[in-house]
Design a protein around this ligand. Structure first.
Ligand code: FAD
Length: 443
């Protein structure tokens, strides 16, 4: 059994490890176009902001090619897969020396991830313009920031907001430009208010409803042109989103889904026999709405990869879908969501109702207590729990989202949440922890 894997980060390496464990006698080969495998891209902002101990970027590498070889997995760095002949069962790969080889496979996994969107205005070749995606890219940004004074972040999503904090930690002047009327628009409007407040408190210049039209500079960027005037900046971080890397899958004739990511069944099989897909290039099913979604996140990539690995090696595993749980920190705020927002629920045709609650994360009288905001969403009539959003001024309190995520995964009701026997002591929560109070309000 010869298993080939294209892409060696979260989904690809999870699959490789599982496939090797499932069938130790099989051959597993991973082709990675870049210089690293198995690293935590999620940690890049924290290396840049000085929150990672030790060897900096190398700390993010979970396993090296040598460690993988020790587990019986071959890793080929600098190898780009360029084509698939699904009928013949072969993959065409170009090595670092430019030589192309044709590799036969029994099973093939496409774990090619997602690529940062670089709008035409940013394709100028000017120095000081960056995206954040890979370790080498982050090292270039790091070098660029050393001589920088004023950074413009284009995009007010989670990477832009994490980076706003990390750049302020480096004492840089930071402007965040967002085309939409607000930041973090994945959240319903009431939850976005504290985010704007935190950025303001920490001296971030926020320009929402502003569209970038071009970049200025000679050699190095010196300004960002917008429909509301010029913003001076010596460094620009483009963080306007990612798109699934589906090129190879499409070339092999695999069907894309409604979300434009690769469509797979519960075994992570694409529409082409013998070819699997997993991770940021792949569509999932939302367990709350039952609809296809594309939510490119780390745990999802690992979980999909694990399922693909088991199945490619002859086992039987099934990916149940996601509930869309996510979390990030910007300054002191922890921001988290799971399930669907009110807006998403309405978009999915659900008859939803939400309650908002402002409370504290621990007993109000305790010295550690900090404000927390929760929006809980349920379905009218059935009482089914549909989702929650939390913004907590002690960022760790936003991790309470996991209680709700776990319940969503089993189709629980708002009443089930209200009846949950949560842990309580004053430094940790109020007697009735805030998700319970919100559930009571929604009942
Ligand atoms: P990727 O990590 O994109 O890896 C795909 C690999 O495939 C790449 O290395 C690429 O070089 C390789 N490849 C592509 N095409 C080819 C080809 N033709 N031939 C050979 N190799 C190829 N997620 C969270 O859940 N929480 C977070 O806090 C979080 N923070 C993040 C912060 C940043 C700055 C970034 C960039 C991402 C963050 N993510 C976070 C997202 C998370 O990193 C991704 O969901 C995860 O890396 C996806 O893994 P993947 O294996 O699907 O794809």
């Amino acid at each position: 059994m010869r298993i080939l894997i294209v892409g060696g980060v979260a989904a690809g390496m999870s699959a490789a490890s599982r496939a090797q464990r499932q069938n130790p006698d099989g051959e597993v080969v991973v082709y990675e176009a870049g210089e690293y495998i198995s690293y935590a891209a999620c940690g890049l902002p924290y290396v840049l902001g000085g929150e990672v101990r030790g060897e900096g970027f190398d700390r993010l590498v979970v396993r090296t090619p040598a460690q993988m070889r020790g587990r019986g997995i071959s890793v080929r760095l600098g190898h780009r897969a360029e084509g698939i002949d699904a009928r013949a069962g072969t993959l065409t790969v170009r090595g670092p020396d430019g030589v192309t080889t044709t590799e036969p496979y029994d099973r093939l996994l496409l774990a090619t991830g997602a690529d940062p969107v670089v709008p035409p205005f940013a394709q100028t070749g000017l120095e000081g313009v960056h995206v954040l995606k890979t370790i080498p890219g982050a090292q270039e940004l790091d070098a660029s920031l050393r001589g920088a004074r004023r950074v413009c972040i284009i995009g007010g999503g989670y990477i832009g907001l994490e980076m706003a904090e990390m750049l302020r930690a480096r004492d840089l002047s930071v402007v965040v430009v967002e085309r939409l009327p607000d930041l973090a628009t994945i959240l319903d409007a009431p939850l976005r208010v504290p985010i704007r407040g935190a950025l303001h408190r920490h001296g971030v210049d926020v320009r929402t409803g502003v569209t970038v039209t071009g970049l200025q500079g000679q050699g190095r960027v010196s300004g960002v042109e917008t429909d509301a005037g010029l913003i001076r900046a010596d460094t620009v971080l483009v963080a306007v989103g990612v798109r699934p890397n589906t090129e190879l899958a499409e070339a092999a004739g695999a069907r894309l889904g409604e979300t434009r990511a690769v469509a797979v069944n519960r075994r992570q099989e694409t529409s082409v026999a013998g070819i699997y897909a997993a991770g940021d290039n792949t569509q999932a099913t939302h367990r709350v709405t039952g609809q296809p979604v594309w939510v490119p996140l780390g745990l999802t990539a690992n979980r999909m990869g694990r399922v693909a690995g088991v199945n490619m090696a002859g086992g039987d595993a099934s990916f149940p879908g996601i509930v869309g749980t996510g979390i990030f920190r910007t300054f002191e705020l922890g921001v988290a969501l799971t399930g669907v927002t009110q807006a998403q629920a309405e978009g999915a045709g659900l008859d939803a109702v939400s309650v908002d609650l402002s409370s504290t994360d621990s007993a109000g009288y305790h010295v550690s207590s900090q404000p927390v905001h929760i929006r809980l969403t349920g379905e009218k009539g059935t009482g089914r729990l549909l989702g929650a959003q939390i913004v907590a001024e002690n960022h760790l309190a936003a991790k309470r989202i996991d209680v709700i995520a776990a319940l969503l995964g089993v189709g629980a009701t708002v009443e089930d949440l209200f009846e949950t026997d949560l842990a309580y002591a004053p430094p940790f929560s109020s007697t009735w922890d805030f998700p319970l109070v919100a559930a009571d309000k929604l009942l």
